[in-house]
Design a protein around this ligand. Structure first.
Ligand SMILES: Cc1cc2nc3c(=O)[nH]c(=O)nc-3n(C[C@H](O)[C@H](O)[C@H](O)COP(=O)(O)OP(=O)(O)OC[C@H]3O[C@@H](n4cnc5c(N)ncnc54)[C@H](O)[C@@H]3O)c2cc1C
Length: 524
């Protein structure tokens, strides 16, 4: 029997980063707010899990948008606005990129680990320091790097202005920075860096963060990469002391302190429509809850497939969802080690190991398992006491595109998963000339189906849809309202205009909330 409950001003579906930011903003503005999450904890990807004596970080490598006390970044500003408290640990460098040498590479050299490499780039924080280091590695690249960072500053400001809840207002504010943005808006990252005269070898190092959006240089919108890079390089990044779960719990508290309701273990199984637009939701197949407006943090693929009656799905939004490419999927191996990072010989927080530094070649190789691409992170580098004394935790990440699991039979899954993890561990061992395997105390392996089961996204992507040139951040921002399915139902999260990432997801949640608050004030 379906039981009907009270009506809310706003119902938020899903407590990922987008949903949490949306619910907290609505609750703080005094709206009666209900946040529904199918798991027993908040956060989606922003969470933690425990195996043995280790508490693992499931997703966050680097949080851009913390900034400095003098110049707080986008995420820190949002936490301040909400009054959510988090103990940040700063990451004072950026990345180390290692490209192990092929036999025939005559320029290869032996690095400090005793490994023959084509590239070993350990890049510092700060535009000037980064450009100088790049010039040291690839002479003649300083000037082009500094020019690129000058544009990054403008792109960042323009995108910040574009972010306003009110689209047109944002666009007018952004016009101040627009001449350069407009000039570059239809150009790819590769075209932009070519135009600035950056040598190809330097571009490959400069573009290392392409994987953070999963878009290679020939498809990545120049402006967006620059704005993103600004967040990572200018002031460095950070992570919360108690895993990303700390951030999610801090926002959960804001929602409750401001009178919002949060129901965990509550899956939305159907959207109820009235006169062709959403009017309520069914929770766990048994409870009806009604609301005036809705903010949805679940993936549009899932929403159209499972939550709406086919007759109620707006055709334009359905076509748009189908036209988009699903973004990158991740595989992560979480390792609890019975040795310290010093004993293991780990000296960096974040090392990108790539068979090729050319993002397009790497992208092509990532349409199959396992391409040899692996990022290795050691949390103890930033939070020394994040594991018990004498231990450390590592997480290894690789990426794939498309349905890479299609040929794996269920009965072979466990074997396949173990093989992928073994290949990733051996890749890291070889590239860093260290030993990992004998010291593993705990291991957890998450493949795309693991993330898919947890997040309810196609191929388990935590990144939404690929930010191709035709469907990049600026066209999505300008078309934001047109892309929303109903006047009282807005999406938020990684599937929206900024793509993946903590800061992006929070931003879309806050924006959807602001539009919701405005609409309710106007009596819509
Ligand atoms: C391994 C990994 C590494 C990453 N590294 C970084 C990084 O270093 N930096 C960075 O910024 N980003 C990183 N990301 C990406 C980042 O985590 C995501 O882009 C971001 O968290 C997406 O947030 P979201 O708002 O889209 O919500 P999601 O995390 O997708 O959460 C959606 C929530 O909705 C819930 N839900 C879905 N359907 C329903 C329903 N029907 N009813 C109720 N609830 C529902 C789900 O249970 C989930 O809790 C990483 C992600 C992963 C997986």
């Amino acid at each position: 029997m379906v039981k009907q409950l009270k009506q809310y001003d706003v119902i938020v579906i899903g407590a990922g980063n987008g949903g949490l930011a949306a619910a907290a903003t609505c609750a703080k503005a005094g709206l009666s707010t209900l946040l529904l999450e199918r798991h027993n904890i908040p956060g989606g990807s922003a969470s933690s899990f425990v195996r043995g004596r280790f508490e693992f970080e499931p997703s966050l490598h680097e949080l851009s948008g913390i900034g400095t006390p003098e110049e707080p970044g986008m995420v820190e500003e949002m936490f301040n606005r909400l009054g959510a408290e988090v103990d940040w640990c700063k990451h004072e460098s950026t990345f180390r990129l290692i490209v192990p040498a092929k036999e025939d590479d005559t320029d290869a050299f032996v690095n400090e680990n005793g490994v023959r490499v084509s590239v070993d780039a350990r890049m510092p924080v700060g535009f000037e320091a980064f450009s100088r280091k790049l010039d040291e590695l690839v002479p003649g690249s300083y000037e082009s790097a500094m020019k690129a960072f000058d544009l990054a500053e403008k792109m960042y400001k323009a995108f910040d202005a574009l972010g306003d809840g009110d689209n047109m207002g944002g666009i007018f504010k952004a016009l101040k920075y627009m001449p350069d943005v407009m000039r570059m808006v239809s150009h790819t990252l590769q075209e932009g860096l070519d135009a600035l005269g950056m040598p190809k070898k330097a571009q490959d190092i400069f573009n290392t963060y392409w994987c953070y959006m999963g878009v290679p240089a020939s498809k990545f919108d120049f402006c967006y990469y620059m704005a993103m890079l600004h967040g990572y390089i200018k002031n460095g990044t950070g992570i919360p002391k108690l895993r990303s779960h700390e951030m999610s719990l801090a926002i959960d508290k804001v929602i409750r302190d401001n009178g919002g309701d949060i129901w965990y273990n509550s899956e939305v199984t159907k959207i109820i429509t009235k006169d062709g637009k959403p009017a309520g939701v069914v929770v766990n197949g048994s409870k009806e809850v009604y609301g005036k407006r809705f903010i949805c943090n679940a993936s549009p693929n899932f929403v159209w497939n499972d939550l709406f009656d086919k007759k109620d799905i707006p055709q334009k939004q359905l076509q748009m969802t189908n036209a988009r490419d699903v973004a990158v999927s991740l595989t992560t191996v979480y390792l609890g080690m019975n040795r310290t990072k010093e004993e293991l010989g780990i000296t960096d927080y974040s090392v990108f190991i790539a068979p090729t530094s050319d993002s397009d070649k790497q992208y092509a190789a990532c349409h199959d398992f396992f391409s040899g691409y692996c990022i290795i992170n050691c949390l103890n580098e930033i939070i020394p006491d994040c594991t018990p004394k004498g231990t450390s935790q590592l997480f290894l990440t690789t990426m794939t595109f498309g349905d890479v699991m299609r040929d794996i039979r269920p009965q072979d899954y466990k074997k396949f998963k173990t093989k992928v993890a073994k290949d990733m561990i051996e890749t890291c061992e070889k590239a860093l000339n260290i030993s990992i395997m004998p010291y593993i105390e705990e291991i957890e392996i998450a493949l795309p189906p693991t993330f898919s089961r947890y997040l309810n996204t196609p191929h388990g992507t935590p990144y939404g849809y690929m930010l191709n040139m035709w469907d990049s951040m600026i066209p999505r921002t300008v078309q934001f309202i047109g892309d929303q399915p109903f006047e009282n139902f807005l999406f938020c999260g990684a599937s929206q205009e900024r793509g993946d990432g903590y800061g992006c997801a929070y931003h879309t949640g806050e924006k959807a909330a602001k539009l919701t608050i405005k609409a309710l004030k106007e009596g819509k």
